[in-house]
Write a protein that binds this ligand. Structure first.
Ligand code: SF4
Length: 324
């Protein structure tokens, strides 16, 4: 298949989620990135919140931040480009210390990761000296290094209960902590961070959606406020959402999370009507085909984490991975 034929086949798949005027430039970038990946023995990891041209055009691995980092560790590659926000690139580097890990745009941060510092965790340690501190994966490596164990939105309940104690501290997402607390007898002391995207969903929106779309299934990410999650039909991480949709094939569904996830799921499940949410993550949207191409052309920005931070941060991630 020629490059031209490959791009025509790809556009056929994406035509409902990519406007035709934009495709010519995108196709040129995708062709260039594919060639650069071969030349540099590189892979692109793409989070579920990447736009469809990135997700389907250049990604070698797709999923949530931890799945991306773990799958990359099993691949024989020299370079990893992380199409996601900064803490995801750091997590990929923690799990792949000998590889070059590139972040396409250093401005791609995260409101959750930015709301807590290592000093904050040390203050929590002083205040609650006997309690384990769990960190959601959405934190910097420096914060992970101060915590006992990591968790994701998919395994948070399991991690909380694995510690065998009646009380824990969980940072930085208050809503994730509150949503998990409703499913367990363990007392969870939260931090006060929020995702600036998911915190905007409100219960009134769910009632309005149900009125406007009869029979719609509503799935909420656990970073949404608890009163939103309580009214949803199902709540789960991005991976749990994908699995649920694939298993249940709802006729109409709305994924209360970042908008691009619905575009990508709509390509994978053309028979399902995905009602699009209104919210996009401004940080995720900084990662584009152009920034990925530039990252591979210039081999920047390389993620470096000093070993004094990387070793304890990696330990927190590995402890999580060891929980069966
Ligand atoms: S969607 Fe929220 S949690 Fe995810 S990167 Fe954006 S700000 Fe951070």
């Amino acid at each position: 298949m020629t490059d031209h034929e490959a791009m025509a086949a790809l556009y056929k798949r994406l035509e409902k989620v990519v406007v035709p005027e934009a495709w010519e430039g995108m196709a040129a970038d995708i062709t260039a990135i594919r060639a650069l990946k071969k030349e540099k023995n590189a892979v692109v990891l793409a989070h579920n919140y990447m736009t469809p041209e990135v997700y389907f055009g250049v990604a070698d691995v797709t999923g949530d931040s931890l799945a991306l980092a773990r799958e990359a560790a099993a691949m024989q590659v020299d370079v990893i480009v992380c199409a996601g926000v900064h803490f995801m690139a750091e997590t990929a580097k923690l799990m792949n210390p000998s590889r070059i890990v590139l972040a396409p745009d250093l401005q791609a941060g995260c409101s959750l990761a930015d709301c807590i510092t290592p000093q904050d965790v040390r203050a929590l340690r002083t205040k609650y000296p006997d309690l384990p501190i769990i960190t959601y994966v959405n934190t910097s490596a420096a914060v992970k290094a101060e915590c006992d164990i990591c968790c994701t939105s998919g395994n948070a309940k399991k991690i909380v209960e694995s510690l065998g104690v009646p009380e824990v501290v969980m940072v930085p997402d208050e809503y994730l902590a509150q949503n998990v607390a409703r499913q367990t007898s363990v007392t969870i002391i939260p931090w006060h961070g929020h995702c600036e995207v998911h915190e905007q969903y409100a219960p009134q929106e769910i009632a309005a959606l149900r009125r406007a779309h009869q029979g719609i299934t509503i799935i909420a990410h656990p970073e949404c406020p608890p009163d939103v999650v309580a009214q949803a039909d199902f709540s789960g991480s991005t991976v749990n959402m994908s699995d649920w949709v694939a298993a249940h094939h709802p006729r109409h569904v709305m994924l209360l999370t970042e908008r691009s996830m619905s575009d990508n799921a709509a390509v994978d499940h053309p028979a399902i009507d995905f009602v699009r949410p209104r919210l996009s993550c401004p940080y995720m949207k900084l990662i584009t085909l152009a920034s990925i191409r530039r990252a591979l052309e210039t081999m920047t920005y390389s993620i470096e984490i000093e070993e004094a931070i990387a070793a304890p941060a990696r330990r927190a991630v590995e402890r999580m991975v060891a929980v069966k």
